[in-house]
Design a protein around this ligand. Structure first.
Ligand code: NAD
Ligand code: IPM
Ligand code: MN
Length: 346
């Protein structure tokens, strides 16, 4: 029987419950479609850091390289480990080392979910650059603790990095409704963002069938709320894409619905699937987090593995669940009840 090796990293907070829920749904989908998901769980998390002094072992990346895909819950427990330590020790190195440069985040309303907007029609695919830009990690602080202190955080945009994410986004737009919105802040950021706009114009020559428009990030934030139906594919840098996709989650009705795939398009290393949301410390012990975002991310994993029929079955189960009124409002149904409904619908 065809078997896929999946690395499971539940991580922190609600991550554990979300992975348990998603894994049970994915297992059932695999059983029904006649393939196997062979999961290996890694306890890498803030608790692991407190025990060992590292978020993952020194050979963690090498270990993960042997898997077909990674399914991750959430990383971060800021009350005990600074976020800059936990995220730069686990999540961000995986994205970077495995060249998962295309972060795909779909935003659309599930049936039965009442989002906060009056306009009900939107179907936006956010493509976020995932390996460089504002998250380069380059910078430093001098004269620390003095009144002369200076902190510098350098964004690094490379032609290779910008071209590959824009090409990826043009291809996605071509496969959808043929519209691409490229997001920058080139009125204020005169090097990196002007560079991004220039490359957008250059690549547009290769995609005459795609209608491309450049927007500033501030205007895009307003447009996503006021006129989301005018958007198809939206491509943005690492930080801008991060912010727009929490906004996208909000217009979907909440963080519990927003899925995410960190893709290495060349398949030179495993890709990673995780919800947009984090460890949600405010609700972590209440058993009320919505697993739909993680289950949807799991469906994106099945699609990436080539199991399209199983991916479709998982998406249909999500839609049947919300259409029946389960899991539609934050906190309305318990994680277990939503998971049971998803399992029944598979
Ligand atoms: P968060 O996404 O964890 O939570 C934001 C809000 O959304 C909270 O009110 C939370 O209760 C709610 N929420 C999140 N997921 C939900 C779900 N499935 N169902 C219902 N409500 C949900 O963001 P935060 O509070 O800024 O971050 C908490 C920690 O998670 C921090 O350490 C942060 O760095 C980390 N984080 C990690 C990831 C990741 O691992 N990919 C993503 C975002 C944040
Ligand atoms: C996300 C998260 C991460 C990011 C954080 C936790 C570093 O917010 O996946 O959206 O900014 O990429
Ligand atoms: Mn985010």
């Amino acid at each position: 029987m065809k078997t896929y090796k999946i690395a499971l990293i539940p991580g922190d907070g609600i991550g554990r419950d979300m992975i348990a829920a998603a894994w049970s749904v994915l297992q059932k989908a695999a059983d029904k479609r006649g393939f196997r998901l062979d999961g290996t769980e890694f306890p890498w998390s803030c608790a692991f850091y407190k025990e060992t002094g590292a978020m993952m072992p020194a050979d963690g990346i090498a270990t993960l390289r042997g898997f077909d895909a990674i399914l991750l819950g959430a990383v971060g427990w800021p009350a005990e480990v600074p976020d800059a330590v936990s995220l730069h020790g686990l999540l961000l190195p995986i994205r970077k080392d495995f060249v998962q440069y295309a972060n795909i985040r779909p935003h659309r309303l599930l049936p039965g979910v009442q989002g906060p907007l009056r306009a009900a029609a939107f179907d936006i695919l956010c493509i976020r650059e995932n390996t460089e830009g504002e998250y380069s990690g380059a910078g430093g602080r001098i004269h620390q603790g003095t009144s002369d202190e200076v902190a510098v955080e350098t964004s690094i945009f490379t032609r290779k990095g910008v071209e590959r994410i824009l090409r990826f986004a043009f291809e996605q737009a071509r496969a959808r409704r043929g519209k691409l919105a490229s997001v920058t802040k080139s009125n204020a950021q005169k090097y990196s963002m002007v560079f991004w706009d220039e490359i957008t114009r250059q690549l547009a020559q290769d995609y005459p069938d795609v209608e491309v428009t450049s927007y500033h990030i501030d205007a895009m934030a307003a447009r996503m709320v006021m006129a989301p139906e005018t958007l198809d594919v939206v491509v943005a840098s690492n930080l801008f894409g991060d912010i727009l996709t929490d906004l996208g989650a909000a217009i979907q009705g909440g963080l519990g619905f927003a899925a995410s795939a960190n893709i290495n398009p060349e398949r030179s290393a495993p890709s990673m699937f995780e919800p947009v949301h984090g460890s949600a410390p405010d609700i972590a012990h209440l058993g009320i987090a919505n697993p739909i975002a993680t289950v949807w991310s799991g469906a994106m994993m099945l699609e990436h593995l080539g199991e399209q029929a199983a991916a479709n079955a998982v998406m249909a189960a999500i839609e049947a669940t919300t259409a029946s009124g389960i899991g539609t409002l934050p906190g309305k149904d318990r994680t277990d009840a939503i998971t049971a409904a998803l399992l029944a619908a598979i």
